[in-house]
Design a protein around this ligand. Structure first.
Ligand code: AMP
Ligand code: GLY
Length: 424
């Protein structure tokens, strides 16, 4: 039941990440009613879904004003890059997330690289080019593989690891001559090696509060083969990453970047996501995101034992941060994706067995892309569901999540059985 003394919260977005945020908010003693725009069929079990898209910033603001929303939490980068935080704040609304000026740390790879260079944050050597001929000349003189990054939001498709000159040439042509992703520049980067991990921190100006570490699996198929995707599974914590690695990452990466953003006149508030790599010469930055990671959030937030509304409020209002506690339980999640993803895929295939999976206990099912048809769930996206299991260790969390996946029936889904392979 709605309790008028408790907060009304709006979550912007509609994937698995937002489902996990809604789920965490629903565990808060401070939160009464949760809205989600646009949400999805699974989120609708825990929040009232509102049919406004995540890019309709003015409409979202009007909704928040009309409903008397106490706090808005933003999931996707498109809303942040569109300036949702600035628009809400101009109307006196409380909103958790970075301003448009600060969100540039994700939307411009060149900005992020220049910032890291200026504040001595460890990252791959790089140069940025606008001119095709100059870029090609630079690449020709260097070694392979080489990493080519389009300088702008390209829905995860803007990074190419070119194995040889001909692939590099073709990619530079796509990005600089044919403007495949739009008019933009290219960051040419040194190729680094080592395990990657995701390090999300709550940030308010220079202040940084780390979350527990997680690891994503970006390739579509087992053994890290196939095309890059939005992420096919994740787990938390990551045994390969030691307490020393975390300490190093806070002191040498997250804090200097947070302070750098303040010094640049772009103070960051919200979740700063470091995509980091443990290379033979130390932890280095692969990328920054200006928001919760997807699917990392789905394995990190279930381990949060503190009240997330208090954390969001402390960052938003600049008030005292409560102690942030994490469960020692391990979480591991499998993404069930439509056959064909990340390429084209069909929608509308019936999904059953979710209740059986949940009945196992210690299972969370986050909806990434589902809809309801004739009273049952159907597939409605590339990534469809994330099934997260908990356990005392990674092996038991994996086995448990796998058992839950086995309960789910749908004739058009695939998943990677090897989530956690780097450790198991
Ligand atoms: P990004 O969108 O920047 O996270 O890049 C996508 C993926 O490309 C990363 O998760 C890495 O696996 C890979 N990648 C990006 N930059 C580098 C690099 N400098 N060296 C090696 N791999 C990289
Ligand atoms: N899992 C990577 C991301 O959220 O960008």
């Amino acid at each position: 039941m709605e309790n008028p003394r408790k907060a009304k919260v709006l979550v912007v977005g509609g994937g698995g990440r937002c489902h996990a945020i809604v789920d965490a908010l629903s565990r808060s003693s401070k939160v009464g009613k949760i809205y989600c725009a646009p949400g999805n069929a699974g989120i609708a079990q825990q929040a009232e879904c509102v049919p406004i898209k995540d890019t309709q910033v003015e409409e979202l603001k009007d909704f928040a004003l009309a409903e008397g929303i106490d706090l808005t939490v933003v999931g996707p980068e498109v809303s942040l890059a569109a300036g949702i935080v600035d628009v809400f704040q101009a109307s006196g609304l409380r909103i958790f997330g970075p301003s448009k000026d600060a969100a540039i740390i994700e939307s411009s790879k060149d900005f992020a690289k220049q910032l890291m260079a200026k504040y001595n944050v460890p990252t791959a050597a790089f140069r940025t080019f606008e001119d095709y001929g100059q870029a090609l000349e630079y690449v020709r003189a260097g070694s392979f593989p080489v990493v080519l990054k389009y300088d702008g939001l390209a829905a995860g498709k803007g990074v190419v690891i070119a194995e040889d000159l001909s692939q590099a040439q073709e990619t530079l042509k796509d990005m600089l001559l044919d403007s495949k992703f739009g008019k933009g520049r290219v960051v040419v980067e040194e190729f680094l090696t080592g395990p990657e991990f995701s390090f999300m921190c709550f940030v308010d100006g220079e202040k940084v509060w780390p979350m527990t570490v997680s690891q994503d699996h970006k390739r579509a198929f087992e053994g890290d083969k196939g095309p890059n995707t939005g992420g096919m599974g994740a787990y938390s914590p990551v045994p390969l990453i030691t307490d020393e690695d975390v300490e190093y990452s806070i002191e040498n990466i997250m804090k200097p970047v947070a302070a750098g953003m303040v010094a640049e006149g772009r103070p960051f508030k919200g979740v700063l996501y470091g995509g980091l790599m443990k290379t033979p010469t130390g932890v280095k930055v692969i990328e920054f995101n200006c928001r919760f990671g997807d699917p990392e959030t789905e394995v990190v937030l279930p381990r949060l034992e503190s009240d997330i509304y208090d954390i969001f409020s402390a960052v938003t209002d600049g008030t005292l941060m409560p102690e942030i506690k994490w469960s020692s339980r391990v979480t591991l999640g499998f993404v069930l994706a439509s056959n064909g993803y990340p390429g084209s895929y069909e929608k509308g295939h019936a999904i059953t067995g979710l209740d059986e999976a949940l009945a196992l206990g210690d299972i969370r099912i986050y909806h990434m892309g589902t809809a309801v048809k004739d009273g049952g769930y159907v597939t409605a996206g590339g990534r469809v569901l994330m099934v997260v299991g908990s356990g005392d260790d990674l092996k038991s969390a994996q086995a448990h999540a796998l058992k839950a996946v086995g309960c789910i029936r749908c004739d058009n889904l695939f998943y990677r059985r090897d989530i956690g392979w780097r450790v198991l």
